[in-house]
Design a binder for this molecule. Structure first.
Ligand code: TRP
Length: 349
């Protein structure tokens, strides 16, 4: 049976702008710590932009994913709160977003079993992001949860029929796996009927940021500029970041990762090309570059910090958002599970 559902893996922003009502965003974060500037330019701004265009938004706080690559959940309750506040601070609209914790929606886990039946062990073992996270975890062995996490993510996306996933490029393998699950479900279990749509990924125009130590910006490396950091902390982090001894500032990510990352951050804040920033600083050296970056980052984050303070002042807000989101997501997941079980003939006993 051939399906005429073929959509490319990568979504076309022009299509979305032309007809936002055809799209539903599902995206999410792992509550392992506060979100940072890399998340902000990499995905949060995209979420806000899509929402302003009128695309419906679902946001999963992927709490079970925390224990995929570490031995304990850590400060999970505090981190869930921070991640929700980070999204709201970035401009995600709480009145128009269904935000929920994975653990609050049991039917998501029930979807996992039929979805696992559509996934081969070989696919999971060669998933580059799973491999990378397994290596970075430092653990001697990979847990079943880490191996199967692309399939959990498929359940996150498909339960609400999300068809647009704004993510960083490290998440593309999971969107591809989700597309396989959707396609195979329709073919094998639903006689070619489109029970699920194949989701598309929306990559941000921003490159992956390098952290203040010159390596990839990542929570686990402690080299991030957290969105919740104060203006002073942000200035201190930027001043401390690794550059090199050359006085002339150029944009050369391969030879000069530290300098180029700062140039990139300034360019993102200013909405200009990196070369333009480099030319502007010219022979001013790292000190002048850092002063510029401190200025523009703090300017960019000023409204983010203001929104965060306003939302954080309401102590019940995050809890009630999560409760309302869980209720809505639970109803949708139950309906999807019923469709899945019906397709499998499991409702006729
Ligand atoms: N794996 C994602 C991350 O590490 C978080 C996530 C969980 C997610 N479920 C999702 C992202 C569904 C997009 C869609 O950041």
């Amino acid at each position: 049976m051939t399906l005429t559902l073929d959509t490319p893996l990568l979504a076309d922003p022009a299509d979305i702008a032309a007809d936002p009502s055809r799209y539903r965003v599902l995206t999410g974060d792992r509550p392992t710590g506060s979100l940072h500037l890399g998340h902000y330019f990499g995905t949060l701004l995209n979420r806000v932009r899509l929402q302003r265009q009128g695309v419906e938004t679902f946001l999963v706080v992927a709490d079970y994913q925390v224990i995929t690559d570490r031995l304990s959940p850590g400060e999970i309750a505090a981190n869930v709160r921070e991640v929700v506040l980070d999204n709201l601070a970035a401009g995600v609209d709480p009145d128009h977003t269904t935000v929920f914790a994975h653990s609050a929606v049991p039917a998501l886990n029930q979807l996992l079993l039929p979805f696992l039946s559509l996934t081969t062990v070989a696919e999971l073992q060669r998933n580059p992001t799973v491999k990378e996270e397994a290596a970075a975890s430092g653990l001697a062995s990979i847990s079943g949860l880490l191996l199967t996490y692309p399939v959990h993510q498929a359940a996150d996306i498909l339960f609400c029929h999300g068809n647009l996933v704004p993510v960083g490029d490290d998440q593309l393998p999971h969107v591809e796996q989700t597309r396989l699950v959707a396609r195979r479900f329709n073919e094998r279990y639903a006689g070619g009927r489109a029970v699920f749509r194949e989701p598309q990924a929306l990559l941000s125009p921003a490159p992956r940021l390098v952290g203040v130590d010159g390596r990839k910006m990542s929570k686990s490396r402690g080299n991030t500029i957290a969105l919740k950091a104060s203006a002073d902390e942000t200035a201190r982090l930027i001043r401390r970041s690794v550059t090199d001894g050359r006085r002339d500032i150029t944009y050369d990510p391969v030879e000069r990762p530290g300098v180029s990352s700062l140039v990139e951050i300034a360019a993102l804040c200013l909405g200009v090309a990196p070369d333009e920033v480099a030319a502007q600083v010219g022979g001013g050296g790292s000190a002048l570059l850092k002063a510029l970056v401190i200025d523009v980052v703090n300017e960019e984050l000023r409204p983010v910090r203001e929104r965060r303070a306003a939302y954080a002042a309401d102590p019940g807000l995050v809890g009630s958002l999560l409760a309302a989101g869980a209720e809505r997501a639970t109803a949708m997941a139950a309906a999807t599970l019923a469709d899945v079980q019906e397709a499998l003939g499991m409702t006729a006993y």
